[in-house]
Design a protein around this ligand. Sequence first.
Ligand code: DON
Length: 582
Amino acid sequence: MKILCKRTIVSLLICSVLSLNISGSDPIAYMNTLGYSPAQIETAESNNGMVSTQHFLATRVGEKILNKGGNAYDASIAIAFTLAVVLPRAGNIGGGGFMVMYDKETEKSYSIDYREKAPLLSTKDMYLNQDGSFNDQMLSTFGYLSIGVPGTVAGLWDVHKKFGSLPWSVLLEDAINLAEKGFEITPFLADILFKYNEKLSFFNETKNIFQVSYPNFEGKLLIQTDLAKTLKIISEKGRDGFYKGSVANKIAKAMKDNNGLITKSDLENYNPVWRKPLISQYRGNNVITMGPPSSGGLHIIQMLNILENYDLKKVNHNSKEYINLLTEVMKYAYSDRSKYLGDPDFYDVPIEKITSKKYGKRIFNDIEIGQSKPVGEVKPGMYLETESHETTHFSVADSDGNIVSSTYTLNSTFGSGVVIKGTGIVMNNEMDDFSAAPGIPNQFNLLGAEANEIAPNKRPLSSMTPTIVMKNNELFFTTGSPGGSRIISAVLQSILNIIDFDMNLEETTKARRIHHQWFPDILEIEYSLDNKTRKELEDMNYSIVITDPLTCLQLIMYKDKKFYGYGDFRRVDAYASGEIND
Ligand code: DON
């Protein structure tokens, strides 16, 4: 059977090594060798706005809302609800995320944190055995104990209240229809449902939705009747439809019946937070991005500050010099992440210091170009002036100049694997983004410390990096991606590709991505690497692993009064389009 021989490209854990050597070939051709035809073939162009999401059906819904006269915020809300239906492994109402916005009317940027929170009953040691060792029963990644209090519906509701122009119920119409009537399972989704058969069969409620067509999913309809009912309640009652009443009761009951921690009061008290976005300049461009509790934006700014000291135009893209420089820069950022980053409502994150140009310069001076510094010699905050102390991204730009860049997630593919009985809601496993204990890596091999330890009501640290780059007060481009720890490095490279290497969206997307996160000491390179560069990098002492693609950029660019969009073929159904009327 076709699906059996296809290689997974959705693994969230350290990636499998490709046996194919496809060096030099077009990455789209690589996807074709896996039997996929990406939805995006050419760069989308439009005079009137652009929508870029990880599923073509959600992109169409976004366009429809813009064509009804809705703004970028309306379209984004409708997209988020639609992705909860058509991209159930990541799109969600049972998870959380971040949204960065530029609002034309007020000429200001905004960001909202709708990240999940730890339930009130959670404790610092909840994933440890009595002797303090880590309990490796997957408690933080699978099942009820891994679930954080969801934030998506509350976040979207707040955005609607502040910026929305169409009625809330209009924004849910398409999601409800798609859940109720079903939509055709694409080959890509079919493979994922097949691959995750074990995870999706453990709980009956989940199995009865996602495994009914096992093993032949392709072309069948995925119908989500309970989810449609839940979305109807949310459509009628707004935020309260999720956090109070029958849906909240069902969540609290399922938790109680299965030793989960979330209570009705956790739900009622959930609050999204409007936070000041982080804003910095990179070579004359304004980078607007998400601050803590995401680490993504802060480290993007930190790494850009380091790299600004180097004339990147002097090196060839993805040459050994470039990979060496970028890898060294990443080591410092991810090392700082392990110590200083956490929920700013609970821990004093040194945001100004880490994002200062001075700190960037100091790190730059410490990098020894032409070699790999042993990771043991890169320590968190070395030059800080201290007292020594399956996600998805979508972007929308409308013709009025409003811009939205949002990344939201269930964390792992299909989150905790739990669907709350009678609601169709797939629940996140975001609790794994906390640091269970110092030295214990999470599923993305990320380490953490006190800054990111578990506490009731606290938000787990994230890597999600929804970002808007502006030039001369106009949109230049938006970027963002899924991929756990690799989000930060992917977003960084999209910025460098566009600003330093003058790449267009297609070139930016096709370019291979590299990743190093300080721990473990591995340089990941997507797809393949020619033998010569590999040897040169290994001579510098890098341990290289060739990986499957693990990120997926959704890019929108504005240039010469035209919008351009490109959905990343790495997750085949991704699609950007701008079929929007004058
Ligand atoms: O917030 C974070 O950093 C993670 N929960 C994101 C997970 C993710 O990107 C998975 N997607 N492939």
